[in-house]
Design a protein around this ligand. Structure first.
Ligand code: ADP
Length: 477
């Protein structure tokens, strides 16, 4: 079985969020299932340098992957790099030289994503290997299943496609403008049963109709996005296509995220030997302006700073931070208003709140390892990797019962005990109800050890999910 992963992020070369992690780790797990899986991704600006700096062996094909857009050829140089045993094809082209994701999507800024999909379809000619299944990810590669159905030159090739929705809130919507003139997409698909969504083009909607199978990254999220309450607009469309929709929980790369071998930690540790975690905690404290002798709970959060992650309910809670009996460390970048608010609250409470603005792998690892409690009160959460990483590193998660958070975290106060603390109501009081329980429980050393040990013992590897993807490919072929 030959499967080509088509996605616009790939950890560790071009990761923005969880999509990059999955693109980087799921192929490895599928290879172990005996599936011939390969990956195609754009060589965004900086990626070729990263490959060179990382000492990867790059081989470049003489032939280019072609596409055509707005009556012009749009070719890409194809570079092959083997990553963890899976061939990865990086497409280098002027279209990927700018910002990865445009703030404003329109018929002009959507071009790199349309061209990438067309080049991915052309790749088989360059590499002499044709996939049975194109496995596409999110709206940024949704053009591909749409093209197989509606593109004047590319349709009806009989190939199968799977669309995985890592976040159905991003739908690739824009007013059509010159899109149907320039893209080669047949304008007759611009209707309610096709690409059109209330006057705009929605690439995600088109792919929901045209992909052979749909998956989301947790079973609970697969259910939520079909409901009106999820407020993600496409619920009706997803409900109508539920016969081909399933939820397969993401795993994490357990080799990369392993506190027992993590080279980014000042000292490694495991569930049976936790001394190194204390060293990581001390190192984390050293990086803050907190009292280095502080022994109470440290609440950590590594996150994109966007509405989805629940900062509108976190920020009011921080106003009374001194009464909470914990210290908070945030790492993240994103919306200006959240960054500014975190900067303000850490400036006026520098003994209790620390904010590291920006994106940093080493700091992220240190926060997971040095933290006691991991805060993730998301408004919605397709799967969430951070809570799984946190548990593996012995930071007990406090999460909202939504999407993949609900599928991976169970409350410590239910019968037989769980691995974290959960709440349902999306408001500051709801979150504080769980956060305060976690903070209180921290002082009960034995009880805390049990909760932490349950989290550290969870199996978050890709094995089970890779098997489910394998079964899905078989089903559609
Ligand atoms: P999402 O994909 O919605 O951003 P996930 O929890 O699925 O959320 O995945 C987030 C991933 O990105 C995790 O691996 C997390 O550690 C990482 N991450 C998020 N923000 C940062 C940051 N500022 N610095 C380093 N890593 C980050």
């Amino acid at each position: 079985m030959r499967v080509l992963f088509v996605g616009t992020e790939l950890s560790p070369f071009s990761k923005v969020g969880g999509l990059g992690d999955v693109m980087g780790s799921l192929p490895k797990a599928l290879l172990q299932q005996g599936i011939d899986v390969r990956v195609v991704t754009p060589a965004w600006s900086g990626v070729m340098e990263r490959l060179r700096e990382g000492g990867y062996k790059v081989s470049t094909f003489p032939q280019k992957a072609s596409a055509s857009y707005a009556w012009q050829a749009a070719d890409a140089t194809v570079h092959r790099v083997d990553v963890d045993g899976a061939p990865v094809y990086f497409l280098e082209s002027e279209y990927y030289a700018g910002e990865m994701y445009p703030w404003d999507l329109n018929s002009w800024t959507v071009r790199p994503f349309a061209i990438f999909a067309m080049q991915a379809l052309d790749l088989k000619k360059v590499i002499g290997w044709a996939p049975d299944v194109y496995h596409c990810h999110d709206w940024t590669s949704s053009y591909l299943p749409c093209a197989l159905a509606w593109h004047r030159k590319l349709r009806d090739q009989g190939q199968k496609s799977v669309l995985t929705m890592h976040n159905a809130a991003h739908q690739g919507m824009f007013y059509p403008g010159s899109f149907f003139d320039e893209s080669g997409m047949d304008p007759s698909c611009f209707n309610a049963g096709g690409l059109e969504f209330y006057g705009q083009v929605s690439l995600l909607k088109g792919a929901i109709f045209t992909a052979s199978a749909l998956t989301t990254v947790s079973p609970r999220y697969a259910w939520e996005i079909q409901t009106y309450e999820s407020t993600q607009a496409l619920s009706g469309v997803l409900y109508s296509q539920r016969h081909k929709l399933s939820g397969i929980l993401n795993g994490i790369d357990v080799d990369l995220w392993n506190p027992a071998t993590d080279p980014l930690l000042p000292e490694c540790y495991s569930a049976s030997s936790l001394a190194g975690k204390a060293t990581c905690r001390a190192e984390l404290l050293k990086n803050t302006s907190f009292d280095p002798a502080y022994s109470g709970p440290i609440v950590v959060c590594v996150s994109r700073l966007v509405e989805q992650k629940g900062f509108d309910i976190v920020l009011p809670a921080l106003k009374q931070v001194r009464a909470l009996g914990a210290k908070f460390v945030f790492l993240g970048s994103g919306h200006r208003w959240i960054e500014d608010a975190l900067r303000d609250v850490s400036a006026s409470n520098s003994d209790s709140v620390c904010f590291f603005p920006g994106y940093s792998e080493p700091l992220a690892h240190l926060l997971y390892a040095g933290g006691d409690i991991y805060l993730m009160p998301s408004l919605f959460e397709p799967c969430g990797l951070s809570q799984m990483i946190a548990m593996r590193y012995g930071a007990v998660p406090v999460v909202r019962e939504v999407g993949g958070l609900r599928d991976t975290v169970t409350d410590a106060d239910v019968e037989n005990g769980g691995n974290g603390f959960t709440f349902l109501t999306y408001d500051t009081q709801g979150m504080l109800w769980s956060l305060k329980r976690a903070i209180e429980r921290f002082s009960n050393v034995k009880a805390w050890q049990k909760i932490r040990a349950r989290g550290m013992a969870e199996d978050f590897s890709w094995d089970k999910s890779a098997r489910l993807y394998g079964e899905l490919y078989k089903k559609i072929l």
